[in-house]
Design a protein around this ligand. Structure first.
Ligand SMILES: NC(=O)C1=CN([C@@H]2O[C@H](COP(=O)(O)OP(=O)(O)OC[C@H]3O[C@@H](n4cnc5c(N)ncnc54)[C@H](OP(=O)(O)O)[C@@H]3O)[C@@H](O)[C@H]2O)C=CC1
Ligand SMILES: O=C(O)CCC(=O)C(=O)O
Ligand SMILES: [Mg+2]
Length: 430
């Protein structure tokens, strides 16, 4: 099945000696997406091209290559995720995508998750920042400046599930009963239980946490908070916490100070001495590594946003936190993200939100999330001048109150514009 027509100009991005090598005419694959995907992609591609043109005056230009997944791929090629699509993401290293539909309770498994797993994009990076003037339900949205590092390949997203009533489920429960009778007894209604397995590894944890600490160091961040539910899920989420602290102390002894160190210091020399030690370490510019249990974290990111900076967490917690935090800075219409493997350089940028199907083809929704995902992509390529153009234009357009429905319904004296018009106004402001 030949699904792709590569552009005649351009060449692939490569990785050499651990660094991305980006030609002036890089070929970048894109997936349009389902639902509102085509609307927001059409707006996004115009903004990205305009930012690059404005920053580099024709010296650099993205050569776009359409690749297919989801409903469009199924319609055209009778495949939800053609091999060529995954191959192109691998070959061209950096891609961008619109959202793809995942049916609930049956049907195909998530194509979004499948792409992350197949390309081993172990970091889901989701920055959460406020643009001045964006409507927010919290008193001080300017204090919200957090960056989520969500583990992207493990946890219950691994998809090891046994459907209630299936033969596999029955065999799995028999196995459990035979080999682990005490564990089996803990299942309240075995006959009618679906079962899910939650794998969390030391390697998976360490590469995620390492990336989060390296990001914090490179970007002048003050802390990394490990968010987990380790009091209940001791050997998965609790282990995540413990491995994270151990990694920080082993690999970044001079650059970090951990709450574990504080606890040991308190036990040895008392609370005052521990506090002094911590204050000294932070005054030296070290990053504080701390942890918080997931449920209280969801409250404290609202009530004490200034205490959260970089957040390192597991797959499901990160999924929940992403949408919750986005609400504080204007909602899911302005929540970008990237799925990244820092070792191979492979990355797919995509919005945090989904396909919002009720708005499909209405040219209505906010393209901000995908545009800002593109902005992250440009920055990842080292094209900072083009990325800055987008941020500056976003500031100017929001200040002018020409916004899509999601912002307009919360802002006073705003002019509601369509998705495509929002892109026009951004481009006019470059
Ligand atoms: N990475 C991906 O591709 C993702 C895919 N999905 C998939 O998307 C589908 C729909 O998921 P659902 O849970 O409804 O979540 P969605 O994120 O698609 O939509 C939920 C609500 O969020 C708001 N919203 C979403 N996108 C925008 C936007 N661009 N601008 C403004 N507001 C927006 C709308 O709110 P309002 O109604 O208030 O206007 C919308 O009704 C599912 O199949 C899901 O699996 C979900 C998340 C990520
Ligand atoms: O793949 C999906 O349909 C949902 C994924 C999701 O919600 C996310 O990654 O944030
Ligand atoms: Mg989500």
């Amino acid at each position: 099945m030949a699904t792709l027509t590569p552009p005649s100009n351009g060449s692939p991005i490569t990785m050499e000696n651990g660094k991305l090598v980006v030609p002036d005419l890089p070929i970048i694959p894109f997936i349009e997406g389902d639902g509102t995907g085509p609307d927001i992609w059409r707006a996004t591609v115009r903004v990205l091209d305009a930012a690059v043109a404005s920053a580099y005056q024709g010296q650099k230009q993205i050569q776009w290559l359409e690749i297919y997944a989801g409903e469009k791929a199924h319609r055209l090629f009778d495949s939800w995720l053609p091999d060529e699509t995954v191959g192109a993401c691998r070959d061209y290293k950096v891609a961008i995508k619109g959202p793809l539909t995942t049916p609930i309770g049956g049907g195909i498994r998530s194509l979004n998750v499948a792409l992350r797993q197949m390309l081993d994009l172990y970091v889901c990076l989701r920055p959460v920042r406020w643009f001045k003037g964006v409507p927010s339900p919290v008193k001080n949205p300017a204090a919200v400046d957090m960056v989520i590092f969500r583990e992207n390949t493990e946890d219950i997203y691994a998809g090891v599930e046994f459907e209630q009533g299936s033969e596999e489920n029955e065999r799995f429960l028999q196995l459990l009963q035979q080999h682990f009778p005490d564990h089996f007894k803990k299942i309240r209604f075995p006959e009618t239980s679906g079962i899910g397995i939650k794998p969390v590894s030391r390697q998976g944890t360490e590469r995620l946490v390492r990336a989060a600490i390296e990001y914090a160091l490179a970007n002048g961040r003050k802390s990394v908070t490990i968010v987990h539910k380790g009091n209940i899920m001791k050997f998965t989420e609790g282990a995540f916490r413990n491995w994270a602290y151990a990694l920080a102390e082993r690999e970044f002894p001079e650059q970090t100070y951990t709450w574990e160190q504080w606890t040991r210091s308190k036990e040895a020399s008392g609370e005052q001495a521990a506090n002094q030690e911590q204050a000294k370490a932070l005054a030296e510019g070290r990053i504080l590594i701390k942890d918080a249990i997931a449920d209280i974290s969801l409250q404290q990111v609202l009530t004490r946003p200034d205490e959260f900076d970089v957040i390192a967490t597991m797959n499901l917690n990160g999924d929940y936190l992403s949408d919750a935090l986005a609400a504080q800075v204007g909602g899911i219409g302005i929540a970008p993200g990237g799925n990244i493997n820092y070792l191979t350089g492979a990355a797919i940028f995509e919005a945090t939100h989904g396909t919002a199907p009720k708005y499909a083809n209405l040219d209505k929704v906010n393209p901000g999330s995908l545009i800002l995902s593109g902005e992250m992509m440009l920055r990842y390529l080292g094209w900072t001048e083009a990325a800055d153009k987008i941020i500056d234009a976003m500031d100017a357009v929001i200040a002018s109150k020409q916004v899509t429905y999601d912002f307009a319904r919360q802002m006073e004296n705003a002019t509601e514009v369509k998705c495509s018009k929002f892109a026009d106004v951004l481009i006019e402001n470059m």
